[in-house]
Design a binder for this molecule. Structure first.
Ligand SMILES: Cc1cc2nc3c(=O)[nH]c(=O)nc-3n(C[C@H](O)[C@H](O)[C@H](O)COP(=O)(O)OP(=O)(O)OC[C@H]3O[C@@H](n4cnc5c(N)ncnc54)[C@H](O)[C@@H]3O)c2cc1C
Ligand code: SF4
Ligand code: SF4
Length: 396
């Protein structure tokens, strides 16, 4: 089987509304909680609780039940036009961005350059999770008048809660406040409301893989004005996010690690936690597995395959951000940033482990995509190797 060559026919007669979205995406567990549908709804009838145990859209008006929408019955289709898990989302987003669908063996999607990059500025680099590339790029885009703000992720309060919250970064200082990774979910698309209220309409989105597919899907399916302010799409490589409860139920209960005393965390084969007093802890990822957030369990996209530039931390050391430069626009900005010395870059192929991991982790995520979903994300995915006892390992 080959990947679907074209986007589905009949987009001009797109009639799918909340009813179909609920039945096919939300009720089946395919929903990632990206909140694309929430920001796209012109009637504001899709609610979203950015809280533990939720991170899912729900219908606010109950006249037709939770699984149908009165506006949808009258012809509104915005939510399904925005959903990056509805029907043939992968080839549609591919066509929009690259003019072709991915080849069967393009496990981590289509790209122009693979680079290891780090911010030249010491503070930007140090505050970044890996090489500080994302922070450097947002600051560069602001400085060169490409964007006015970025939808990104902050922490509630003074940061000791480790509760991620979507927010708008409008200045280099705010960009740096939002730097670093939190491994719980943050639906950064929701910060669109803040941008609208502030009248800002030249934006970059920083988002997990699932969020970065929402923009090209909105453009492809012609969702309308909500999609227009997005000028840059920066993706974060992602295997999963964790339930917020992991802090209390695992880190505190078993290891006595208080979140108020944590200063940094990272995932490099193990969950790494650095504490205020200088202590460093490693927790086996298998132990963390049961706190995987519901919306991640069937997600097939590790590599943020529909961003302008996708970024990750699978390099040999933490000092560099692995950048998968995908679009012409992404390449233009990357080349300019390298040329003016804002970042230092080297070919990612110099790090064989990172290259191997990128492919391997992309395959592992694709294997999670269920058989009842559209077939495209599974095309070309090699079957898992059997264990010595002849059984097949369960997907992560
Ligand atoms: C939940 C999560 C899982 C990840 N999993 C992997 C992985 O498995 N493998 C891998 O190689 N890389 C993973 N990454 C990406 C990696 O951690 C870095 O974000 C990436 O390498 C960019 O590093 P940087 O130093 O350039 O970014 P920085 O300059 O530090 O910028 C990071 C940006 O990410 C935003 N952000 C932080 N936390 C979140 C969140 N929870 N949700 C949305 N946005 C957020 C920040 O606001 C900031 O804009 C993950 C990131 C997150 C947030
Ligand atoms: S995947 Fe995103 S757009 Fe689709 S239903 Fe879930 S929250 Fe809405
Ligand atoms: S694994 Fe990452 S990209 Fe996939 S649904 Fe979860 S948060 Fe989104």
């Amino acid at each position: 089987m080959t990947v679907t060559e074209t986007a589905p026919a009949g987009l001009e007669r797109w009639t799918h509304q909340w009813k179909e979205l609920y039945e096919e995406v939300i009720n089946t567990g395919l929903c990632t909680g990206c909140a694309g549908c929430v920001i796209a709804c012109p009637y504001e009838v899709i609610g979203y609780k950015h809280e533990e145990g939720h991170y899912k859209p729900f219908h606010i008006e109950e006249e037709l039940g939770l699984d149908n929408c009165g506006h949808g019955e009258k012809g509104c289709t915005s939510c399904t036009r925005a959903c990056p898990r509805f029907r043939t989302w992968e080839p549609e987003a591919d066509m929009q961005l690259f003019g072709r669908t991915r080849k069967d063996d393009e496990m981590y999607g289509q790209y122009r350059q693979l680079l290891l990059v780090r911010a030249s500025d010491k503070e930007v680099h140090e505050k970044g999770q890996d090489g500080g590339f994302v922070g450097a790029m947002l600051i560069w885009l602001m400085k060169h008048d490409y964007i006015d703000a970025a939808l990104t992720s902050f922490m509630e309060g003074d940061g000791t809660s480790w509760k991620a919250r979507p927010g708008l970064a409008r200045t280099p200082e705010e960009v740096l406040q939002s730097s670093g990774s939190r491994y719980t979910f943050s639906a950064n698309t929701l910060a669109m409301k803040e941008a609208q209220e502030a009248g800002i309409n030249r934006l970059a989105l920083v988002g997990m893989s699932c969020q970065s597919s929402a923009l090209p899907i909105m453009w492809k399916r012609k969702v309308g004005k909500i999609a227009k302010p997005f000028l840059f799409n920066i993706g974060l490589l992602c295997s999963k996010t964790f339930d917020d409860a992991i802090f209390e139920e695992l880190f505190l209960a078993k290891y006595g690690l208080k979140k108020e005393e944590m200063v940094k965390m990272n995932i490099k084969g193990v969950f790494q936690i650095w504490m205020k007093d200088g202590a460093y802890h490693e927790i086996d990822l298998k132990e963390c597995h049961q706190w995987t957030r519901e919306g991640c369990k069937m997600c097939p996209d590790f590599a943020a395959e529909h961003a302008d530039i996708s970024t990750g931390g699978i390099g040999e050391d933490n000092a560099w951000t692995l950048c998968v430069v995908r679009t012409e626009l992404g390449e233009e900005v990357m080349n300019r940033m390298i040329a003016d010395g804002s970042v230092i870059a080297r070919p990612a192929e110099t790090d064989a482990t990172a290259m191997k991991l990128l492919r391997l982790l992309s395959i592992v995520s694709r294997r999670r995509w269920p058989e009842f979903g559209d077939k495209n994300p599974s095309v070309g995915v090699p079957p898992p190797k059997k264990k010595a006892d002849g059984t097949v390992p369960a997907p992560h």
